[in-house]
Design a protein around this ligand. Structure first.
Ligand code: LIP
Length: 279
């Protein structure tokens, strides 16, 4: 049987949904613990906890047991030296806890973010915030949903009408920090408002659900945006590079918006940062 016929994808979807809910229970059990044990990764504000590792293991073990030929790109596996390669093979792209810093502080905006790519095309996207019981889902060509109800992006086209999302990110490297500050300075006077949930995936889900109109960030990785890419597109939105060109999934840059017009207007206004690509 082909890896991407609809029966196969149905079974991938059911399995991953079950595992995602189990992962959510694990996160809920640990969220209230204060002073969680954590380790530093690329910078003082890029952290990993035992729960990130446990959730990633639960998902990879559970999926590889059922689907023995599938491949994985998992944040914590890559951070400890694992391969970062997207081929045509069915590949699960996993951020076990997107918003780890929030999780460390018991700030209830973190999520499991998981996507399945087949032939380098996103087929399944799931973003689950177990603390607030928000389950965002999408399958290619079938729309996007929040807890089973269809969601759609807003119809905002003007920056002056837009609620924008951005992030400080997980690096305090001066060039990037300056660009973040410049962008805040330039955007704040011209938009409705600026917001930040502390999770790239949840920011994208919020654009998909029409709660905000656009989000951009420099310094993300493919696991932060893989599920969000499909969910935003299936909700009618656009996902591009912050310079206005096509999204490059390993470039560590993303911009998503409710409409192409808004995406282009935002892209033209941004001070750009080009981090070292992941691949
Ligand atoms: C982080 C996001 C955060 C974003 C960072 C990074 P992690 O993911 O939650 O919003 O600013 O670039 O993507 O490290 O918590 O999985």
């Amino acid at each position: 049987m082909c890896d991407c016929d609809s029966d196969s994808v149905d079974s991938y979807y059911e399995t991953v949904l079950k595992l995602t809910k189990e992962a959510g229970k694990l996160i809920n059990e640990k969220i209230k613990i204060r002073n969680k044990k954590r380790e530093i990764k690329s910078s003082n504000i890029d952290l990993v906890t035992e729960t990130d590792q446990a959730v990633e293991k639960l998902l990879i073990d559970g999926l590889s047991k059922e689907f023995t030929t599938h491949k994985f790109i998992g944040e914590e596996t890559v951070s400890s030296g694992g391969a970062l390669e997207l081929t045509d093979a069915p590949t699960w792209i996993i951020d076990p806890i997107d918003g780890t810093l929030n999780f460390v502080h018991s700030y209830p905006h973190s999520c499991v973010s998981i996507a399945l790519f087949i032939n380098k095309v996103p087929e399944i996207g799931i973003i689950f915030n177990p603390m607030l019981n928000q389950l965002f889902t999408a399958r290619k060509g079938q729309g996007a949903f929040l807890n089973g109800e269809p969601i759609h992006v807003s119809d905002t086209k003007e920056l002056s009408e837009a609620l924008l999302m951005l992030e400080g990110g997980t690096s305090q490297e001066p060039e990037r920090m300056n660009a973040v500050c410049e962008n805040v300075k330039n955007l704040l006077p011209v938009v409705h408002g600026l917001r930040s949930l502390g999770s790239a995936a949840l920011n994208m889900a919020m654009v998909a659900a029409g709660g905000s109109d656009a989000y951009f960030e420099f310094g993300i990785h493919i696991w932060d945006i893989a599920a969000g890419e499909l969910i935003v597109r299936e909700a009618g939105g656009v996902v591009i590079d912050p310079d206005g060109g096509d999204l490059k999934r390993f470039s560590r840059r993303v911009l998503c918006a409710s409409t192409q017009e808004l995406a282009e207007k935002l892209a033209r206004k941004l001070v750009q940062v080009y981090p070292e690509p992941d691949a």
